[in-house]
Design a binder for this molecule. Structure first.
Ligand SMILES: Nc1ncnc2c1ncn2[C@@H]1O[C@H](COP(=O)(O)OP(=O)(O)OP(=O)(O)O)[C@@H](O)[C@H]1O
Ligand SMILES: [Mg+2]
Length: 366
């Protein structure tokens, strides 16, 4: 980990463990929300093998990107930043022009990380691919403020949990890289495949401490540094937040890490349309509720002078999940309010449908 709380320039990686949960859509719209607030923002496409940021922005696939730095054709990422039709908003394409890039060597990863740190911007957003290979984990571990995106679907939440498990192991492994005994024990525990065999992080630290006593305090302090954030995407009701809370509790109880919720984003056709038309929704339809939810997440980050600490007012709610619950309830009430006056939007009942078919038929055969 290189960057932590008290730096002006924020690097925010976005991962999810699972493919198709909305990482790229959120990365694009969150980055654009920062730019629309006057913050210089660079979005980096680090989904190696699946880069698509240029498509989501409606840009041609002709510019060199991360793949060219990986293959050594270009030396710096900063020089590859492309301007867009929006002020303050730049993107660095992925590896679309260079084939066959998979898991990176430590040397190449370090070169990319050094190059990312050189980028001059207020916010640098990293769109990572699905899964949790070492390349994704190491990019996610650039800082302690990475965002996990999940949908409320059980499989996606499970993958988010497994990602966070691998992430905390990888972090400890790297922290104790010079202590062969500790990193060996961690590696062994990380490989346990079956849930029943898995020990909690607390138990693992206790086990290691019984062999290497000095580890205990250090490991706990290291884990306290990790402050991953959650965005629940494709939410349909306030009940969906319950599964986010389950994930929070699982992280606390088995991994000893605190997961906080940045907010929820509704499932909406607006998102699909914006993907199909290559027009990010926060710019195209800034007043729509789905744009408001992403803008609100951007505001929470911008308002936090030392993100990942969250600007929360504990007089009103106990934690970030309760705040997300209140926000989502308000959003749903707002959506119902704007839909109710328009009675014609109610679904047709069977008689109305039959009547419509009858009038259509009679007009066709007239
Ligand atoms: N809030 C939402 N409402 C409706 N559809 C959504 C929402 N968020 C994402 N989608 C849809 O889900 C699909 C996948 O989105 P996206 O490409 O951002 O996922 P991803 O996690 O980046 O996938 P990958 O792992 O393949 O990179 C897209 O078709 C997008 O339109
Ligand atoms: Mg993606």
């Amino acid at each position: 980990m290189i960057l932590s709380e008290n730096v002006d320039r924020k690097i925010i990686p976005i991962a999810g463990g699972k493919g198709g949960v909305g990482k790229s859509v959120i990365a694009v719209n969150l980055a654009l929300s920062f730019a629309m607030h006057g913050k210089k923002t660079v979005l980096v496409d680090l989904d190696l093998g699946g880069s698509n940021i240029h498509t989501l922005l409606g840009e041609k696939n002709i510019r060199p990107g991360v793949g060219n730095v990986i293959s050594g054709l270009k030396s710096s990422l900063s020089a590859l930043a492309c301007s867009t039709r929006w002020d303050n908003f730049y993107y660095i394409p992925g590896d679309v022009l260079v084939c066959g890039i998979g898991e990176l060597t430590l040397q190449v990863k370090n070169r990319i990380i050094e190059s990312l740190i050189e980028i001059e911007a207020d916010y640098i957003i990293l769109d990572l691919g699905g899964g949790s290979n070492y390349t994704i984990l190491d990019f996610f571990l650039i800082c302690n403020s990475g965002i996990i995106v999940t949908t409320p679907q059980t499989i996606s939440v499970l993958n988010a949990y497994l990602f966070l498990r691998n992430y905390s192991f990888r972090f400890l492994q790297r922290a104790f890289v010079n202590n062969k005994q500790v990193s060996g024990l961690l590696r062994r525990r990380m490989k346990e495949r079956y849930q029943d065999d898995r020990m909690t992080m607390e138990e693992i630290i206790r086990e290691i401490s019984s062999k290497v006593p000095s580890v205990s305090k250090k490991a706990e302090a290291f884990l306290g540094v990790l402050q991953p954030k959650l965005i629940l995407n494709k939410v349909r009701s306030t009940e969906d937040i319950g599964i986010g809370e389950t994930l929070r509790d699982l992280c606390k109880n088995t991994l000893s890490i605190n997961l906080e919720c940045l907010g929820t984003v509704f499932e909406s056709d607006i998102v699909n349309k914006s993907v199909d038309t290559f027009k990010p929704f926060v710019a195209e339809l800034p007043q729509d509720i789905v744009s408001k939810t992403v803008q609100r997440i951007a505001l929470k980050i911008m308002q936090s002078s030392n993100f990942p600490k969250m600007p929360l007012d504990y007089d009103y709610y106990s934690d970030s999940f309760e705040l997300a619950q209140i926000e989502t309830e308000n959003d749903i009430a707002f959506m119902q309010e704007i839909q109710e006056p328009n009675q014609s939007q109610k679904p047709m009942d069977l008689n109305q449908m039959l009547e419509l078919i009858r009038t259509r038929q009679s007009s066709m055969y007239r």
